[in-house]
Design a protein around this ligand. Structure first.
Ligand SMILES: Cc1cc2nc3c(=O)[nH]c(=O)nc-3n(C[C@H](O)[C@H](O)[C@H](O)COP(=O)(O)OP(=O)(O)OC[C@H]3O[C@@H](n4cnc5c(N)ncnc54)[C@H](O)[C@@H]3O)c2cc1C
Length: 464
């Protein structure tokens, strides 16, 4: 058994772990990056990038189908070659993964260790069956994994998760997608547009939305765009050969039975903490087994342990994982001196069509009488209508007392771009009046945002 003594051990070489390692080194500490699985990060390998590649193919298919109202006709059948679709998804994905692997290869070999790490005690890690690591501080950056409810586990390899989609060589014929969170919506709609017969079974949520009006609108929109079943309760999932039978009940009480090639389970993700041996430490754990930690410093109690990225189960997003990784690595290096992480304005995007976005405070978190909601429908919004993408509803929340913009939830065209304008406005503490002083070109989708802001002003008491 090899023994290593190190200042900072980082468990997991993903989007949080890599910056954690680099920050610890930059702070002058010795650091070790421990990875049990394949290098390349979840984001590049089976997350952000391959999902957007699949969506890009779906957008191309959708564009080919929707020319007629503009007078643009595709004569003859539009053929989607599933093998070519998946070939591009995988080869471009591999290119992105390759860049990450190159950057890992550039890390000195003595700073890298291969194997799954487990805590033996607060400062001692067992890595695989070959190395013991005595660390002054530890960063847990182990990411998350798809949660597969017991009902689907009996389906064997016919119950799949996002990772499996990106290893397909061809597109399947018929898929049930379980859950309409971010991943279910993105993959479900993309597969549907690529000609896969998709049934998207949603329980309660539509993406991360909490504003009831926006949620209802989104639900209606997706129900029209694909076979989206809201409030579906799956009662039975069985397998016969390679065919999956599902029985699900809808909100009207009716039971439906159908068969599928695959069940794609997108029922949420769980932090990878169960195999870390945390029970061998003195760390306090929450109900999900995640060390109780301070989100401002990422420190677990008063311990020399920091939790970053999806492992801490708070903001499972790439840029948050990177920020948290940097902060955790820095704090781990300087322990017991820890400093607070400066959080950026909250922003989240669902790359559906129309897109869904949320910025700042969620509707569910705002005190009911503290704000006004400026409204715009994108149905009559000029540029959106020009492009025949005039579907969407936006609520911008403005604090009644300060006139500050505090948050927004919406579904609509170009949501990913408008989300950035709003996140920047929020981080700059702009009031609704200050935002309306900014330029709005004509004709752009952003004019819809201006309508929502004006609507909020109309609901506020006149500015003093
Ligand atoms: C389908 C999908 C689409 C997504 N799309 C987006 C998007 O569009 N935008 C966005 O911002 N985010 C998106 N995300 C989320 C984003 O990918 C994650 O937030 C981000 O990858 C988290 O990084 P991480 O470092 O916490 O985890 P990871 O990158 O998963 O890294 C964790 C690493 O730890 C390793 N590990 C685990 N346990 C151990 C152990 N005991 N010992 C050693 N190593 C271990 C794992 O092998 C892994 O390499 C998406 C995710 C998915 C699944």
């Amino acid at each position: 058994m090899k023994t290593i003594h190190i200042d900072v051990a980082v468990i997991g070489a993903g989007s949080a772990g890599l910056p954690a390692y680099r920050a610890a080194k930059a702070a002058g500490a010795s650091a070790l990056l421990i990875e049990g699985g394949a290098h390349g990060t979840t984001c590049a390998r089976v997350g952000c990038m391959p999902s957007k590649l699949l969506i890009a193919a779906a957008e191309a298919a959708h564009a080919a189908h929707r020319g007629a109202p503009f007078g643009v006709h595709v004569d003859g059948a539009i053929r989607i070659d599933g093998r070519e679709v998946m070939q591009r998804v995988k080869s471009e994905r591999d290119r992105f993964v390759g860049f990450v692997v190159e950057s890992v290869d550039a890390i000195p070999a003595e700073d890298r260790l291969t194997g799954y790490a487990q805590f033996v005690d607060d400062n001692l890690l067992q890595v695989g069956d070959h190395t013991r690591v005595h660390a002054r501080s530890v960063v847990i950056a182990t990411g998350s994994s798809p949660y597969v409810p017991a009902l689907y586990r009996a389906l064997g390899d016919r119950a799949i998760v996002n990772d499996d989609v990106f290893s397909w060589d061809d597109l399947p014929r018929k898929v049930a997608v379980i859950g309409a969170g971010v991943i279910g919506l993105e993959l479900g709609q993309a597969l549907s547009r690529l000609g896969v017969d998709v049934t998207l079974l949603a329980r309660n949520s539509v993406g991360p939305l909490t504003d009831p009006a926006i949620r209802d609108y989104a639900q209606k929109t997706f129900s029209e765009a694909l076979h989206f079943v809201p409030h579906a309760e799956v009662e039975a999932a069985t397998r016969e050969g390679d065919v999956v039978h599902l029985r699900y009940r809808t909100s009207d009480g009716n039971a439906t039975e159908d068969t599928f090639d695959y069940v794609l389970v997108t029922a949420g993700r769980r932090p990878n903490v169960d195999k870390l041996g945390l029970e061998n430490t003195t760390l306090e754990l929450d109900a999900q087994g995640v060390p109780v930690y301070d989100p401002r410093t990422l420190q677990a109690g008063n311990h020399a342990v920091f939790v970053a990225g999806d492992a801490n189960n708070v903001l499972p997003l790439l840029h948050e994982a990177a920020d948290e990784g940097r902060a955790a690595g820095n704090n781990a290096a300087h322990f017991p001196l820890v400093s607070r992480l400066v959080r950026r304005a909250p922003i989240s995007v669902v790359f559906s069509d129309p897109g869904i976005a949320m910025v700042g405070a969620r509707h569910a978190d705002l005190a009911p009488d503290s704000f006004v909601a400026g409204v715009v429908s994108f149905e009559d919004q000029g540029r959106s209508r020009v492009m025949l993408r005039n579907r969407g509803l936006m609520h911008v929340y403005v604090d009644k007392a300060t006139r500050r913009f505090v948050g927004a939830e919406w579904i609509g065209p170009d949501a990913e771009h408008i989300a950035h304008l709003l996140a920047w406005a929020l981080q700059m503490n702009l009031t609704v009046d200050g935002m309306l002083e900014m330029p709005f070109y004509h004709p752009v989708v952003e004019e819809g945002l201006r309508t929502a802001l004006r609507n909020a002003v109309a609901q506020l008491k006149p500015a003093e």
